[in-house]
Write a protein that binds this ligand. Structure first.
Ligand code: ZN
Length: 186
């Protein structure tokens, strides 16, 4: 990749390297500190839509404060996404505590009767004697997001990255050329 080939500013199909700090109600909830910026393909919904929209046109070295409303962030809080599960569904030694985040695997069936596994993240809200209350909302659902971002680097995406809709990096050895296996990618 030639150095002088760098895109001048952020537009679709550009790979963006971004330092960010995310605050909610004035408190830092996430950041890319420790020299670990996020790298993503602009225009492919890899970051929340409000952030993606707001960085179009930014140049390397530029910083910006961006406020994202819930509807362009992690969505509005959905009370219906809170559900109760029998405590007996959990192994006896499972460390159930309010506030912890767990991964839930469920067997679902498709229209043709085939079965597939769905994996969802949930937060434990309450632990009762017989039931456990789980919240399937994203932890940042309903929150206004205050980002402070700095563009660290920009490069043109490869044709393959544009086709796949994501950035290829150090994990390329896990890439499969066979289209049937594409679902294994992350
Ligand atoms: Zn890929």
């Amino acid at each position: 990749m030639e150095k002088d080939n760098k895109p001048e500013k952020i537009k679709d199909d550009v790979v963006v390297t971004l330092n960010y700090e995310l605050r909610v109600n004035g408190e830092i909830v996430d950041s890319s500190e420790d020299g670990d910026p996020i790298v993503f393909l602009q225009g492919s919904n890899q970051v929340v839509s409000g952030l993606e929209k707001a960085i179009y046109g930014m140049k390397i070295g530029e910083t910006r404060d961006i406020t994202v409303s819930p509807d362009e962030g992690y969505g509005e809080y959905d009370p219906d996404a809170v559900t109760e599960v029998e405590r007996s569904e959990f192994p006896d030694d499972f460390p159930l505590e309010p506030g912890i985040e767990i991964t839930v695997h469920t067997e679902e069936s498709d229209d043709e009767g085939g079965e597939f596994e769905e994996v969802m993240e949930a937060t434990v809200l309450e632990v009762g004697k017989s039931v456990v209350k789980l919240d399937f909302n994203h932890p940042l659902a309903g929150k206004t997001l205050d980002f402070k971002v700095e563009v660290v680097d920009l490069r043109e995406a490869t044709e393959e990255e544009i086709e796949h809709g994501h950035v290829h990096g150090d994990d390329d050895e896990f890439e499969f050329d066979d289209g049937d296996l594409d679902e294994l990618e992350y």
